[in-house]
Design a protein around this ligand. Structure first.
Ligand SMILES: Cc1cc2nc3c(=O)[nH]c(=O)nc-3n(C[C@H](O)[C@H](O)[C@H](O)COP(=O)(O)O)c2cc1C
Length: 366
């Protein structure tokens, strides 16, 4: 007699467990790992788990909604798909399948520079719901070529990732070995000529004289601002001073993020970074958060701490691996359903109603 099929996933954690058992160990370790000893990865989840919310009673409202305005457009809900490289590792249709799910659920998807598919293919599947994640390239002409392609393809914003000029995999991922094959190319970068090669002295550092010698700086940011009219969201910002300077330079929004724990291994939880940045930038400046969001209650908590919207990273790959586009669409719908129930039971009927008063901080705020 064959064993009963496993129950269908009902939440992000179910997709994560199922993906873990389906994917080759090196791919699972690449996706699920953070950096180094995974301190920041753990911190993201622990921060959400430590927050409780206050229920409220006898509040009726038939006009509630999860809608928000961002960069002059109305979004139906505040749950975005974070830029994630290499969807092709988990599904044959790669990010095109994720894009179909985004479109089916009216969700914004941020397409990664390092996608397994050309940005034009993803934009076509997104029909106006796409933002493009940009890494500044060592040569400005290569960056500009990507920006012009993103503009022409119809992406509505650029998400400029700043927190990973160098990166170290998690120890688990290092032990598990490479997730893809050595010949894997990044289609968005395939037209570029090879990056400039440096002759390194025998005792030179691959970090300081290697990657960091070509890393972007504030001048590059100012240059990019002059080159494009698309809204720019700076991703990977942790320090309020950096956030304030980015705003001065004309950035339109900030994504508070520790790259899902994949950049600085000892970074704090992104949830804990939010309040100081919100306080510095004021109520009106668009702020996103990612890192550890796994439920609608987590989305609510991020908004209560100062975010306007959140992005989810790993869960989209887990759902894609388990059930393709239908899995990602189901995941997004469940997160939104959970958010709506959390809003109803805390007496917050619009996203603008969500703030720290909904958070239980040992005593009830009076
Ligand atoms: C496998 C993987 C690939 C990623 N690739 C990118 C990328 O290409 N560009 C980028 O800005 N962030 C990338 N990220 C980081 C995500 O955009 C996001 O910051 C992070 O996953 C959020 O944390 P979460 O996975 O806990 O939701 C990647 C994350 C993962 C897990």
């Amino acid at each position: 007699m064959s064993a009963a099929p496993p129950p269908a996933p009902v939440c992000a954690d179910d997709y994560a467990r199922r993906a873990q058992s389906l994917l080759p160990p090196a791919v699972a370790a690449y996706i699920d790992g953070g950096s180094g000893d995974d301190q920041a990865l753990r911190a993201n989840r622990e921060a959400f788990a430590a927050v409780s919310l206050l229920p409220r009673v006898l509040r009726r409202d038939g006009t509630g909604s999860t809608r928000l305005q961002l960069f002059g457009r109305t979004l139906r809900h505040p749950i975005l798909l974070a830029p994630v490289a290499r969807h092709g590792l988990v599904h044959a249709d790669a990010a095109a399948a994720t894009a179909r799910a985004a479109r089916a659920t009216a969700s914004v998807m941020v397409a990664s520079t390092q996608s397994s598919l050309p940005l034009e293919t993803i934009a076509a599947a997104l029909d106006g719901l796409g933002w493009f994640q940009l890494y500044l390239q060592p040569r400005r002409e290569d960056t500009l070529a990507l920006v012009r392609r993103a503009e022409a393809a119809g992406f509505r914003a650029l998400v400029l990732t700043l927190d990973a000029p160098v990166q170290m995999a998690s120890r688990e991922a290092m032990r598990a070995g490479p997730a893809g094959s050595p010949g894997d190319v990044v289609p968005n970068l395939a037209r570029q000529s090879p990056p400039p090669q440096r002759e390194l002295e025998a005792d030179a550092s691959l970090v300081f004289q290697g990657a960091m010698a070509d890393a972007p700086d504030w001048e590059d940011l100012a240059w990019l601002r002059r080159e494009t009219a698309l809204p720019i969201v700076a991703k990977g910002v942790a320090h309020p001073d950096d956030a304030a300077r980015l705003r001065e330079l004309g950035v339109d929004g900030i994504a508070v993020s520790n790259h899902g724990g994949r950049a600085l291994a000892a970074a704090p939880a992104s949830l804990h970074l939010l309040p100081a940045i919100r306080a510095r930038l004021g109520d009106a400046f668009p702020l996103l958060l990612d890192g550890g969001v796994r439920s609608g209650a987590d989305v609510f908590k991020a908004l209560a701490f100062g975010a306007d919207a959140v992005m989810i990273g790993r869960p989209q790959l887990h759902a894609l691996a388990v059930a393709g586009a239908a899995g990602v669409a189901h995941l997004l719908k469940s997160l939104r359903d959970e958010l709506e129930v959390t809003m109803a039971l805390t007496g917050c009927f619009r996203l603008a109603d969500i703030d720290r008063r909904a958070v239980f901080e040992r005593t009830i705020p009076c």
